[in-house]
Design a protein around this ligand. Structure first.
Ligand code: FES
Length: 105
């Protein structure tokens, strides 16, 4: 389990426990962040699981590449620290990470 600090659409930060071996989108949905539509179910085909990673954690999770990068380009809300949460694996290396759910396009 990894503890992740998540700021939702209401601007409130909550700590969640994310299951190792899954991805961050699944953990966000399992913890009630319904504003994260995640319409494609994690296939990297929709960009509705867009989050902002705390800049201090970008080196750890890396920048988007390939399809993820292309999908994020379609978002008006893209920022330098944008990622698709379904493309971030959960494990001890992200223990303590802070993320913010991006606004819907
Ligand atoms: S859930 Fe569709 S791209 Fe992440």
């Amino acid at each position: 389990m990894a503890k992740i600090f998540v700021t939702g659409a209401d601007g409130v930060e909550r700590a969640i426990e994310a299951e190792d071996g899954g991805n961050l989108m699944e953990a966000l949905r399992d913890n009630g962040f319904e504003e994260l539509a995640a319409l494609c179910g994690g296939c990297c085909a929709c960009a509705t699981c867009h989050i902002y990673v705390d800049p201090d954690w970008m080196a750890q999770v890396g920048t988007p590449t390939g399809d993820e990068d292309d999908l994020l380009d379609s978002s008006d809300a893209r920022a330098a620290n944008s990622r698709l949460s379904c493309q971030i694996p959960v494990g001890p290396e992200i223990e303590g990470m802070r993320v913010t759910i991006a606004p819907m396009d």
